[in-house]
Design a protein around this ligand. Structure first.
Ligand SMILES: Nc1ncnc2c1ncn2[C@@H]1O[C@H](COP(=O)(O)OP(=O)(O)OP(=O)(O)O)[C@@H](O)[C@H]1O
Ligand SMILES: [Mg+2]
Length: 251
């Protein structure tokens, strides 16, 4: 399943927040989305998820314009974890994850043991099974984030959109979630602030003031020039002697 944006634009009070962005994510590819605060990452993810309608341009799933697809089909295809996701109801962790099964249920296909297994697996994947009976409201920030990711996993999407999924997570859980994303190998767009983490994506897209200023392999896109121009930082690249990977050191 591929995901494309064709010249999408989103306006706030007539001002472009996303300005003519086109990109294509291949089947099973992990695209890292980076850019300074306010550059439009969350806005673009919301448009790709169908939560915000573009003022111009269109989003396509496997070549089909999303605007022509049924809500239910989109929800069976794509899951999104938003940056400021919330669940206001006083529900348990398990119930929050069960919500991910909603697009798959119907009068003809009611809740089954298989759905319970999928929910169990999703809770295990983010290491939250031991808290499944706890009220969602009482969770810590990082635990909430992991439950949101579990809800997205329970949806069994072919396309995964994640807006800063490692936000609030301790370093162990950051690495665990990034490894999980790599293992799942869905068609993925993941907004990240940690540029060293972005280096681990298949390709990186850079947003700057609503415009896509570069997209390509991390080594070609994340350069000292780009860091200086878009992020206003000077940086050097080091090599990890243990495995030869590139590391960014910021000055
Ligand atoms: N509904 C809105 N009305 C007015 N401005 C908006 C609206 N939604 C977003 N914006 C503005 O659009 C810009 C992009 O916001 P967005 O949340 O997409 O940025 P971001 O790249 O995700 O930033 P961050 O790294 O801080 O999460 C911001 O300047 C924001 O203030
Ligand atoms: Mg954001």
């Amino acid at each position: 399943m591929t995901l494309s944006a064709e010249n999408v634009t989103w306006l706030a009070k007539g001002k472009p927040i996303i300005d003519g962005v086109s990109l294509h994510v291949n089947e099973g590819e992990i695209l890292g989305l980076v850019g300074p605060n306010g550059s439009g990452k969350s806005t673009l993810i919301r448009m790709l998820a169908g939560l915000r309608d573009p003022a111009a341009g269109q989003v396509l799933l496997n070549g089909t314009p999303m605007a022509r697809m049924k809500r239910r089909t989109i929800a069976q295809t794509m899951a999104v974890v938003e940056q400021h996701a919330d669940t206001s109801d006083a529900i348990t962790v398990r119930d929050a994850v069960k919500l991910g099964r909603t697009p798959w249920l119907s009068p003809l296909e009611p809740w089954s043991e298989r759905d319970d297994e999928i929910v169990d697996d999703a809770l295990d994947a983010v290491k939250m099974a031991h808290k499944s009976g706890q009220s969602w409201r009482t969770l810590s920030g990082g635990e909430r984030q992991r439950v949101h990711i579990a809800r997205a996993l329970a949806q069994q999407p072919q396309i995964l959109l994640l807006d800063e999924p490692t936000n609030h997570l301790d370093i162990h859980n950051q690495i665990a979630i990034l490894a999980l994303i790599q293992r799942l190998r869905r068609t993925t767009v993941v907004a990240l602030h940690d540029l060293n983490q972005a280096l681990g994506c298949d390709r990186v897209a850079v947003l700057d003031q609503g415009k896509l200023v570069d997209i390509g392999p991390p080594d070609e896109v994340v350069t000292t020039e780009r860091l200086s121009e878009t992020f206003a930082v000077s940086a050097s690249f080091l090599t990890d002697p243990s495995d030869g990977t590139r590391i960014i050191r910021f000055h």
